[in-house]
Design a protein around this ligand. Sequence first.
Ligand SMILES: Cc1cc2nc3c(=O)[nH]c(=O)nc-3n(C[C@H](O)[C@H](O)[C@H](O)COP(=O)(O)OP(=O)(O)OC[C@H]3O[C@@H](n4cnc5c(N)ncnc54)[C@H](O)[C@@H]3O)c2cc1C
Length: 407
Amino acid sequence: MSSTTRSALVIGGGIGGPVAAMALHRAGIEATVYEAYASTADGVGGGLGLAPNGLAALDVIGVGDLVREIGTPTTDIVLQSWNGKRLGEFGSPPGVESARFVWRADLYRTLYDEAARRGVRTVHGKRLVAARETAGGVTAHFADGTTAEADVLIGADGIRSTVRALIDPDAPRPHYGGLFSFGAPVKDTGLPSTGGKMYMTFGKRAFLGYQVQDDSSGVWFVNLPHPGPMTVAEAARTSAEDWLRVLAAAFTGDRVPAADLLLRTDPGDLLIAGPMENMPRVPAWSRGRMVLIGDAAHAASSSSGQGASLAVESAVQLARCLRDLPHEEAFTAYQDLRRPRVERIIKEAERTNSNKAAGPVGRVLRDLLLPLVMKLNKPEKSAWQTGYRIDWDASVSATPHPDGTRA
Ligand SMILES: Cc1cc2nc3c(=O)[nH]c(=O)nc-3n(C[C@H](O)[C@H](O)[C@H](O)COP(=O)(O)OP(=O)(O)OC[C@H]3O[C@@H](n4cnc5c(N)ncnc54)[C@H](O)[C@@H]3O)c2cc1C
């Protein structure tokens, strides 16, 4: 092993941050997480999908089963049009486990607790504002005037990353994608079980996803087109009761059980997940001793079902690269390993988003073409995405092999 990295500052204690810290510990590198918020993020956020590849990346650091326990398995996703027409169905390829639907708050808490149990320190109330390289390391400067030093600094600070702007002041920023997301668990939907399947409907005015368990409890999420950007705080000024009525009204005339799901939701359970944002390609993922992971580097829209999974994959791959190579070479190898994969997934998600926000003509075309596309799209074809596995034990090569691989 030629690694010279002994310590890391992980900026951001969301999903990628604690995973990076645990993976770095496994690689023999000491890591501390610095989170901007003064307190933990319990109860914040909506639901997200964890794909089999994300679960497998968590297995590498021994937390996959903890996450499986808190998730609802989703064997298949059934796509429907507003009139109930089935547009397609897809699940994991043969031999690959099901995806899991998890509440972001539960995922966050599970990773946070496990990282703490393993001795990872998370320091709250530390908003990074600047970073300076020194002869032998990097110093992080926080808004409260304090500093911290280590060999490398990892930006796991999400879609509005400060580290991204420190690496490249001209880096692009996210832009509003025209949809705002809500979700909730429902104790008793009064609906029959969907048999492990999640139904997703392109309504005439909004997009609905829902799954009902055998005991009639369920989960749902809605992507509501909204003309201008709106923050979670702005959305929270409208009462949960009013939002539930607005969301139910958005599906009037659509052949979906939206009224059952939305009007049986306890308003106290409504989760305002936030605006769906698109992030243009980030040209530079690293500079000097700083590097990006997760949404800071490659935010995939939630339509991909891969945002959190790609974040944990990148966290684990980066730790592997830093284990085997000096930081400059590690960062290059990491980008070689990650970029082609994440950019392909992001491109596919962009197509799904344009389907969700389709106008009347787009809707007709989508409903005509999607069944054909889905018919051709056999589960095996998505194996590159969901069947992806990280070989932790393989050492990372400093130079690409002739086929472009690194391990
Ligand atoms: C509050 C919240 C709610 C979310 N809800 C959903 C959801 O409902 N559905 C969904 O699909 N995705 C949601 N996401 C996004 C999802 O978590 C990410 O897409 C994915 O998990 C990738 O994780 P990440 O670690 O890269 O970024 P994130 O999970 O966004 O974590 C980034 C962390 O960095 C912290 N941070 C930001 N700037 C600084 C700074 N300057 N200094 C220190 N810390 C900083 C943030 O407070 C946050 O804790 C949410 C993210 C957040 C922060």
